[in-house]
Design a binder for this molecule. Structure first.
Ligand SMILES: *[C@@H]1O[C@H](CO)[C@@H](O)[C@H](O)[C@H]1NC(C)=O
Ligand SMILES: *[C@@H]1O[C@H](CO)[C@@H](O)[C@H](O)[C@H]1NC(C)=O
Ligand SMILES: *[C@@H]1O[C@H](CO)[C@@H](O)[C@H](O)[C@H]1NC(C)=O
Ligand SMILES: *[C@@H]1O[C@H](CO)[C@@H](O)[C@H](O)[C@H]1NC(C)=O
Length: 414
């Protein structure tokens, strides 16, 4: 009886957002459904009437933090997505824990019906670089009346966050892509001193390749390697009571700090896999050798059974690599400074896990202040069953990296 009362009490506290069941992550925002800041109420009502805004079909997926802005993407996976690229103002006086998303850079360019050459159709994950620029791939794919339409060729978009201007658009070449290509992630590689010599790494999860883009030459090339493929024994998932099978290849990408030779290590993993791999950026930045350097790509090791991961992010200050754990409703970590080439179930830790609040952790990022941010969104239910709009479905958490890994094998050594 006492236990039951305690459970009720905890449940009550939890649903008020006062106490989170997982005590290492702070829940900052949550939504049953997301809404947007439309230019005015009439425009919103019109969008609903035209079915340009079908609230239940809007699922947040990717996140990124720049100064006081928390960017959130909403891919056009189903019809009726009002705006694909958005943000929340973290300094806002409005302390709502379910704020409306503000279209970025504006509402018009996010309209599927926009005629602008700067229209944004559908964005998954995004990345801010050290030069205050926001990088993304617009897949150009939109659901229109229940069917996926390639309304424009996939392209790389780069915004200057200080001016909110689109400073680069690069449409991928035919030989960058294959029939099953799908670009759900992007990682920019630059330092404050080399802004004009930046690179982007774009995993092709559908056709098992890596596209590299050079900002200096405005050119791209496709890198091939066996390690970009999925593991056929690791494609089975159980999330939120749903069993499904996915064949996603290379997906999570993260960068080490710059090494003595001036290059970084790219850590990568296919989604349907339990292994982590690495390669020096010296190899992939060189188009003439990138696909012909089999032994330069390393198998770091396996995290153990059921450890499939979508997004990943490395904290340069501590060397801790974080990744989602979708089959374990949690977040995993590995300390690259402490363990360098030792990568196994013993050197990785599950730092948080919660079957309710972390049902499908979809994206995570470490910000410049040493905080990890996590977005969970019940994606399998959204895709295969439909979400219960009376329930909290989407959550955003944060926590200081150092606190998060304390007393685990990822602990930061002083
Ligand atoms: C605060 O934000 C919520 C959610 O976006 C909105 O419904 C509400 O009107 C806002 N309140 C004020 C005072 O702006
Ligand atoms: C785009 O152009 C079409 C045809 O000229 C027009 O009907 C439509 O309203 C325009 N869309 C927007 C968002 O301006
Ligand atoms: C880069 O290449 C694209 C071709 O996709 C072209 O449209 C664009 O103008 C080029 N940008 C620069 C800065 O050269
Ligand atoms: C690419 O690699 C080849 C072979 O190692 C080397 O000769 C060439 O200089 C490299 N190119 C660049 C731009 O570093």
């Amino acid at each position: 009886m006492a236990q039951f009362a305690l459970a009720l009490l905890l449940l009550g506290l939890f649903s008020n957002g006062v106490l989170s069941v997982n005590d290492r992550l702070r829940e900052v925002f949550n939504w049953r459904q997301v809404d947007f800041v439309f230019p005015d109420q009439q425009t919103r009502q019109q969008a609903i009437n035209n079915r340009e805004f079908i609230q239940a079909n809007n699922m947040p997926l990717g996140l990124e933090v720049w100064r006081n802005r928390l960017f959130i993407t909403v891919p056009r996976w189903k019809a009726g997505v009002a705006s694909t690229l958005n943000y929340i103002n973290l300094d806002s006086n409005n302390k709502s824990s379910s704020p409306s998303l503000i279209p970025y850079p504006n509402f018009e360019n996010n309209l599927l019906s926009s005629n602008s050459s700067e229209r944004i159709v559908s964005v998954f994950r995004i990345n801010v670089d050290e030069c205050d620029r926001l990088w993304m791939v617009d897949t150009g794919l939109a659901d229109i009346w229940g069917e996926a339409n390639q309304v424009q060729t996939p392209k790389l978009l780069i915004f200057d966050l200080k001016t909110d201007k689109l400073i680069r658009q690069y449409t991928f070449k035919a030989d960058d892509m294959k029939p099953d290509s799908f670009f759900a992630n992007v990682l920019a590689d630059t330092t404050k001193e080399t802004c004009n010599d930046a690179y982007a790494y774009i995993p092709d999860l559908g056709a098992y390749g890596l596209i590299v883009y050079s900002f200096a030459t405005n050119k791209s090339w496709r890198v091939k390697h066996h390690y970009f493929h999925f593991d056929p024994l690791a494609g089975n998932y159980h999330v939120g009571g749903i069993n499904f099978q996915w064949t996603d290849g290379i997906f999570g990408v993260a960068l080490s700090a710059v090494k003595e030779d001036g290059f970084r290590t790219l850590y990568f993993h296919p989604f349907s896999s339990t292994r982590e791999f690495s390669v020096s950026t010296r190899i992939i930045q060189n188009a003439s050798i990138a696909s012909d350097s089999y032994y330069e790509f390393k198998v770091l090791g396996s995290r153990g059974p059921n450890s499939q991961a979508s997004g990943s992010s490395l904290d340069e200050k501590t060397g801790v690599l974080f990744y989602t754990q979708v089959n374990k409703d949690g977040i995993g970590c590995w300390n690259s400074n402490r363990f360098a080439d030792e990568y196994s179930a013993d050197t990785n830790a599950l730092v948080v896990s919660d079957s309710i609040t972390l049902e499908f952790p979809n994206d995570l990022k470490v910000d410049n202040n040493g905080n990890l941010w996590v977005l969970s969104d019940r994606l399998p239910r959204f895709l295969y069953k439909g979400l219960d709009t009376n329930d909290v479905n989407f959550r955003i958490f944060n926590a200081p990296v150092v606190d998060l890994v304390k007393d685990t094998v990822c602990e930061v050594q002083q």
